[in-house]
Design a protein around this ligand. Structure first.
Ligand code: UT7
Length: 337
């Protein structure tokens, strides 16, 4: 019989430096009122220049907490899956940095997943397959992002730069023989025709940094993230619902039975829209975007770690994860805790 996979440990780490909406309005034409009204965000964390925090080290810090929370030691980890869109290096990805920082044995693989805002749910799905087949027992899954070093904090980039924040979350996914618990399904989707609607397109191997320096064009902004905000928003509300419905339908579960939906923290207005359309009560949806902004691949594991610490999830509860973002990619995972 196939094994089931359960989350046995959670953890998160965010940099100490809090950046409020008013801090941002001192740097560009925006306001606390605009940001709260359109996104629900009140503050986010930014790594301070010169600090030791990087995407990889924040991921390692979150991972240490998750491993201890699982009652394990780093030696018990069989495999690493690291999701990020903001790696320390263009290559290699940060999975191998975690292998080194945690002083893990060499016999474990380190896999890097892209998939941006859906990165954590995609990673959960990948790890679930390795556990189901019996190949691995304990897999470390990390979502970590350092956005603040790469955003355009002028008026030009304000629709993007007010949203994103830095931080990391991690879980340990472990094998169980308990047939009543674990991941019940994962659903993954993609639609590449919208790739450029939310993207960072430079530098790229078809137009590398010397070309950009040679052009020296102050109007050129391809090396900052671009988002067609309205377009992305409209697709997000439809695609989140699609991924969630796929999970419910596959498992014959109704929305009343969901103990907690943890959506990717894209925008509080998107979460509220989904909550309304699914007719969920406030206590069935977890949001913390108010305090951290959108941390992309890190947002679900950070929210899960906080929700768990607050006692919002107990053994036997149905927990639903859903995400949508750049690609476009979107995904859901339903689990019995
Ligand atoms: O995580 C992955 C998926 N991401 C998402 O799902 C995000 C989806 N999109 C959004 O959340 C929203 O589109 C935003 C929050 C990014 C923007 O909100 P919006 O209501 O779609 O605003 P908009 O881009 O249509 O801009 C409305 C107005 C514009 O001014 P005019 O042209 O009406 O004069 C913008 O220039 O708001 C202006 N604006 C701002 N004003 C103050 C844009 N950004 C800002 C800002 N502060 N930060």
């Amino acid at each position: 019989m196939l094994k089931k996979s359960i989350i046995t440990g959670v953890g998160h780490y965010v940099p100490q430096n809090v950046v409020t909406n008013n801090d941002l309005s001192a740097r560009m034409s925006t306001s606390n009122e605009w940001i709260i009204e359109r996104t629900g965000i009140q503050e986010r964390r930014h790594v301070l220049p010169g600090s030791d925090d990087t995407t990889a080290t924040m991921g390692t810090k979150a991972a240490r907490i998750a491993i201890a929370n699982a009652g394990l030691t780093p030696d018990d980890i069989d495999f690493i899956v690291f999701a990020t869109l903001s790696p320390d290096y263009y290559f290699p990805g940060p999975g191998v940095q975690v292998q080194e920082q945690l002083e893990l044995k060499r016999e474990i693989g380190a896999l890097d997943v892209r998939n941006q805002c859906s990165g954590f749910v995609y990673s959960l799905s990948v790890a679930d397959q390795f556990i189901k087949t019996g190949m691995y027992k304990n897999i470390l899954i990390i979502g970590s992002e350092l956005h603040s070093g790469g955003l355009d904090f002028t008026d030009r980039g304000r629709n993007v730069s007010v949203i994103f924040g830095d931080g990391a979350g991690a879980v340990v996914l472990s094998a169980t023989d308990d047939a009543n618990r674990g991941i019940l399904s994962t659903h993954l989707f993609s639609e590449g025709k919208h790739a450029k609607e939310l993207a960072l397109t430079a530098p790229s191997t078809r137009d590398w940094i010397p070309n950009i320096l040679q052009r020296n064009d102050p109007e050129e902004t391809d090396y900052y993230p671009y988002m067609n905000g309205n377009f992305v928003f409209k697709h997000a509300v439809v695609r989140f619902a699609e991924a969630i419905q796929a999970a419910l339908k596959t498992n014959g579960v109704s929305s009343e039975e969901i103990k907690l939906l943890i959506p990717h923290q894209a925008n509080l207005r998107i979460s509220q829209f989904i909550q309304q359309s699914m007719k969920l009560r406030d206590d069935q949806v977890y949001n913390n975007i108010m305090r951290y902004g959108n941390t992309t691949a890190a947002s679900i594991p950070i929210a899960l770690s906080e929700a768990y610490a607050e006692g919002r999830i107990e053994k036997g509860d149905l927990v639903l994860f859903a995400a949508f973002g750049s690609g476009f990619t979107w995904a859901s995972a339903l689990m019995r805790w």
